[in-house]
Ligand binder design. Structure first.
Ligand SMILES: NC(=O)c1ccc[n+]([C@@H]2O[C@H](COP(=O)([O-])OP(=O)(O)OC[C@H]3O[C@@H](n4cnc5c(N)ncnc54)[C@H](OP(=O)(O)O)[C@@H]3O)[C@@H](O)[C@H]2O)c1
Length: 285
């Protein structure tokens, strides 16, 4: 669609930003719905985050995605932040409404939707989550609310313990926290129904790595690896070979993006268009 004087601008801020898939997914979605919107990537240094958000107001930029390393910093410069983003101390979506900036986190709802749309229901199940970083925290909050039991294992145990303590109070259930030692992974995996890798292990260029020994994977397990580059991680390949149900990280990417799109436009996101745009791009890189 040709840009006009009325074109509304959205974008993503981060540093580095060159790898982002957000412009590809969102511009495809705007075009598919013939919306007069355009989406750009902005490289913003950590020292420039406040200026960037003032610029968002001044230039009337409608919406921003926020990626590493600014997801927590932006909280200091917003007018209002929704509960899930406050709890996980991480914002990945900003809406500019008449110069007031509203912060959201769509990673948790994106992960939940990715599971459900692929036939995996956390209700009544035990979830084992690997990681306690930005994305993991958002997923942990969603899983603490939706699943029956949750265990969070992280390389550095302290953030996992702090997260479990916080979520236990909110969800009113016991949440186990531990390390990523092979023994703790094995012990927690044996009675889990859903395994989610929310660490960056397995991401290119170290695509041959996985935290979970293939022999621990079983056909009655559902596995989601939120790493989406490579498209099929080692964990996903091992899980598939073991007969487990596998949900790709691209699914979470699409549904968190779809939730941001809906916040900015008020329209239902064309999920299939976003999926194809993301997959086409990822198959080339
Ligand atoms: N599919 C999606 O929509 C989506 C959305 C967001 C992120 N992601 C992907 O998810 C991954 C994590 O992103 P993030 O934003 O949460 O990053 P982050 O905040 O930097 O967290 C990184 C996590 O990975 C752990 N980790 C890193 N290297 C490790 C290693 N060698 N062994 C064990 N654990 C290790 C960290 O543990 P420590 O705490 O011990 O450092 C931490 O838990 C990235 O690959 C990112 O691309 C995907």
């Amino acid at each position: 669609m040709a840009m006009t004087g009325k074109t509304r601008v959205c974008g993503v801020i981060g540093d580095p930003i060159e790898h982002t898939l957000s412009p590809i997914m969102h511009n495809a979605a705007f075009n598919a719905l013939k919306l007069d919107y355009a989406f750009l990537a902005f490289k913003v240094k950590p020292s420039e985050v406040e200026n960037a958000l003032n610029g968002m107001r001044a230039l009337n930029i409608r919406g921003l995605n926020v990626t590493m390393p600014h997801k927590s910093t932006v909280l200091n410069f917003l007018d209002r932040v929704d509960l899930s983003a406050q709890i996980v101390n991480s914002v990945n979506t900003i809406l500019n409404k008449e110069s007031k900036l509203f912060g959201f986190n769509t990673d948790g709802v994106g992960a939940l939707k990715a599971l459900r749309e692929n036939g995996v229901e956390p209700k009544g199940r035990k979830v084992l989550l690997l990681g306690a970083g930005g994305a993991a925290r958002a997923i942990a909050y969603a899983m603490a609310k939706e699943s029956d039991e949750l265990a969070v294992l992280n390389r550095t145990v302290k953030p996992a313990q702090e997260l479990a303590k916080l979520l236990e109070k909110l969800a009113n259930k016991k949440i186990f926290a531990g390390s990523l030692s092979p023994k703790e992974i094995q012990q927690n995996l044996q009675d889990s129904d859903i395994l989610i890798n929310a660490t960056s292990v397995g991401m290119k260029p170290k695509a041959e790595e996985s935290l979970v020994a293939p022999k621990l994977l079983r056909p009655d397990l559902a596995v989601m690896d939120i790493v989406y580059n490579p498209l099929e991680t080692k964990l996903a390949k091992d899980a598939k070979a073991a007969g487990a149900k596998v949900v790709s990280g691209v699914e979470m990417l699409i549904y968190q993006g779809a939730a941001s799109f809906e916040i900015w436009t008020g329209k239902s996101a064309p999920v299939e268009v976003m999926r194809q745009a993301a997959l086409n791009h990822l198959m080339k890189v």
